[in-house]
Design a binder for this molecule. Sequence first.
Ligand SMILES: Nc1ncnc2c1ncn2[C@@H]1O[C@H](COP(=O)(O)OP(=O)(O)OP(=O)(O)O)[C@@H](O)[C@H]1O
Ligand SMILES: [Mg+2]
Length: 249
Amino acid sequence: MSRILEFQNIKKSFSGREVLKGISFEVNKGDIVFILGTSGTGKSVLLKNLVGLLRPDSGAIIWHDKDISQYSEEQYLEVRKNCCLVFQQPALFDSMTLYENIAFGLRRLTNLNEEELDKQVRDSLKAVDLKEEILSLKPAAISYGMQKRLSIARSLCLNPEILLFDEPTTGLDPVSTQAINQLIFRLSRKYDTTSIVVSHDMHCALDIADYIIVLDKGKIVEQGDVDKIKCSEVPLVKDFLQEVLDANS
Ligand SMILES: Nc1ncnc2c1ncn2[C@@H]1O[C@H](COP(=O)(O)OP(=O)(O)OP(=O)(O)O)[C@@H](O)[C@H]1O
Ligand SMILES: [Mg+2]
């Protein structure tokens, strides 16, 4: 299993308050990695550091043997094409059709001609189980769950090496949550994509993760495969596991 990404002692403060307190972990190619933690613990900040929307104060993020945290804004375009972040909110452009919403990143980050672009848009829409009839609609005309899928298609169409999901199931009912979870699993395996999923949902993590990292107050308190996490003695991990048991009983 080859390593694709490495966080080395990443620290980040806002106005003197340290939010990330030295985060180190590795991601192997093809894995689905879940990052779990309570609200406000720095999960979104961590993902934003990877795609250059925020920069760490210290530490390194190694991708293809280079420390990308020092990249210029221009160099980061290459990173964003290959490490695509699906945001917590679908954040679609209201005034654009769904087609143009998906095509937006392709137009900005690739040199595809219109025919190739059209194929990419339609293939990625199909991959997230949406129908072509909706492509001429505006975002307001489809449900929140469909908007979430569309935002995944918007990232998927770039054929990224790493897909990053920030709370992909927040705000969804249990059936849609399960469907998005299975979609992430299917896409990761089908396209051999590496996925990093930020979540509160231990149930989803136990279902599809290859590796789980648990964050608390800006620090990693536990990490390992599903079997290791299930046996963890860390109080926060036990709380998360108890929630899963309570929900199943
Ligand atoms: N751009 C910013 N400027 C100042 N503070 C920030 C900024 N972004 C995040 N923070 C602070 O960093 C902390 C961690 O935020 P973050 O959004 O990473 O939490 P989270 O773990 O993703 O939480 P949630 O599960 O609610 O999404 C919060 O206290 C937040 O207010
Ligand atoms: Mg967040």
